[in-house]
Write a protein of this length. Structure first.
Length: 224
């Protein structure tokens, strides 16, 4: 058990496309090519729970999330989380959360690592557990790239069709996982750490910081 009370892991992936007509730099990303960005939430079995298309290459991960249907549904309470409950083997009550990397904002339901310039042993332990618990979403996107080579090359279609292709591939991915399981597919991929191009600066919301501290203190005491 790396990280309790996790409902899903969140990440995005750049899909290379040809420059759309009259789009300017909207689709040009920090990796110096044009792309669309699917953003997905993944469960512990490497299946996609949600897939949001429509992210522009130039957007940060945080900007893509804030512009997504997923954020809108959570913000409007169309999608809700389970009620807070006791963490395993303790009397500590904590909410349920999604895990993501440093590049996303920090509302109370999204857990991100502590900043590297503020690490202590407790915070480092938290970061390591969060990183391990996020592997399913990284692996899920890795499997997509390995199995469907069409998205590992430049997509030469209109943006709308590129978006539909990615959605269809995610459905096929889930179907295969349901029928075959995920273990046999994990040997096909190598997950590489990506550099963070953008990180939200400034003061973090107090509630979000308190929840992150609650989890890190629990991990230090109960599952160090």
């Amino acid at each position: 058990m790396h990280f309790p009370h996790v409902v899903s892991c969140l990440d995005g992936k750049h899909i290379r496309i040809v420059c759309p007509t009259d789009s300017g730099a909207m689709f040009f990303n920090y990796k110096n090519y044009f792309s669309v960005v699917p953003q997905g939430t993944v469960d512990a079995n490497y299946k996609f729970i949600t897939v949001d298309m429509g992210g522009f290459g130039k957007q940060s991960d945080g900007g893509t999330f804030l512009a997504s249907d997923l954020f809108s549904f959570i913000d409007r309470k169309i999608i809700s989380f389970p009620e807070p409950d006791f963490l395993p083997h303790s009397k500590v009550t904590a909410p349920y959360v999604m895990l993501r990397n440093e590049a996303y904002p920090l509302p109370s339901y999204l857990m991100k690592p502590y900043e590297r310039n503020s690490l202590t042993d407790r915070r480092r332990n938290f970061n390591q557990r969060l990183s391990r618990a996020r592997k399913p979403v990284e692996c899920a996107f890795g499997i997509l790239y390995s199995k469907w080579r069409i998205i590992s090359k430049t997509t030469e279609t209109e943006v709308e069709l590129a978006d539909k292709n990615v959605k269809c591939i995610c459905v096929l991915h889930n179907t295969i996982i349901e029928r075959e399981g995920f273990e046999r597919h994990l040997t096909y991929i190598t997950v590489q750490s990506k550099s963070v191009a953008w990180e939200r600066r400034g003061r973090l919301p107090t509630e979000a910081k308190n929840i992150r501290n609650l989890f890190s203190l629990y991990m230090e005491k109960y599952i160090l």
